[in-house]
Design a binder for this molecule. Sequence first.
Ligand SMILES: [Zn+2]
Length: 290
Amino acid sequence: MSVPINGLSVDVEDWFQVGAFEKVIDRENWNSLATRVERNCDEILRLFADAGVKGTFFTLGWVAERNPALMWRIAEEGHEVASHGWDHERVFRLGRKAFAADIDRARKVIEDASGQTVKGYRAPSFSIDARTPWAFEVLAEQGYAYSSSVAPIAHDHYGWREAPRFAFRPIADAELIEIPVTTARFAGRRLAAGGGGFFRVLPYGFSRWAIRQVNRDDRRPAVFYFHPWEIDPGQPRVEGAPLRSRFRHYTNLSVMADKLERLVGEFRWGRMDELAAREALRAEPLAFAA
Ligand SMILES: [Zn+2]
């Protein structure tokens, strides 16, 4: 059996839009802050082009509206453009009706800017969980092929511990599949291993071990994600945020690009929509882990 092709994804948001800083930076002030998302995404596009890999850019509608040329470039270079919602409000805070409006608005703007049809969605801060059973129904109603919005793990900011680790069908009579972000198993526990701060803060060897485990032992593709601000040591520093948030946000920004180069060179990577098409063939109905 051949080695699985993993899913490479970028959650396209600016340095001031991360969940960890939402208590110190109001959405009303976003427009007055220095945007760095375009230059950072261009660096990511260069990195992907040098490595010869394609990926998926889950983009905030708010960002797409202000950076249409960037959206066009991402699509033109053969990457998938997908949705990360409008302005990073977590799904469990929106409620069904507001969620439907949020993703509809984001999708229209992203499609207009990129010229590409949006097929995939990633919830801000992996905020689809046991509290939001209606979210998958809304995604199915709006015709999404896949979602990658669940972290099947217990974590202080997010997580749905009982969810399956690999692709599942959340609604019995719909085509929609959910592709959770990658976890590894160790000593009977699940460890977050799909990227973000874990990839940046922990030694590279941890991620290599985890993705190998998923590819070789589970024989499934891994789903990896990171953010444009994670490769940007020059971003403004946010004062007043909790120490733990600042540690998570600012550690190892300067080594991230090198780590990413290693990662994309060492494993097989591709777009999430292509991964979803393969995983749809073996996605099981939603059943909870013991
Ligand atoms: Zn995000």
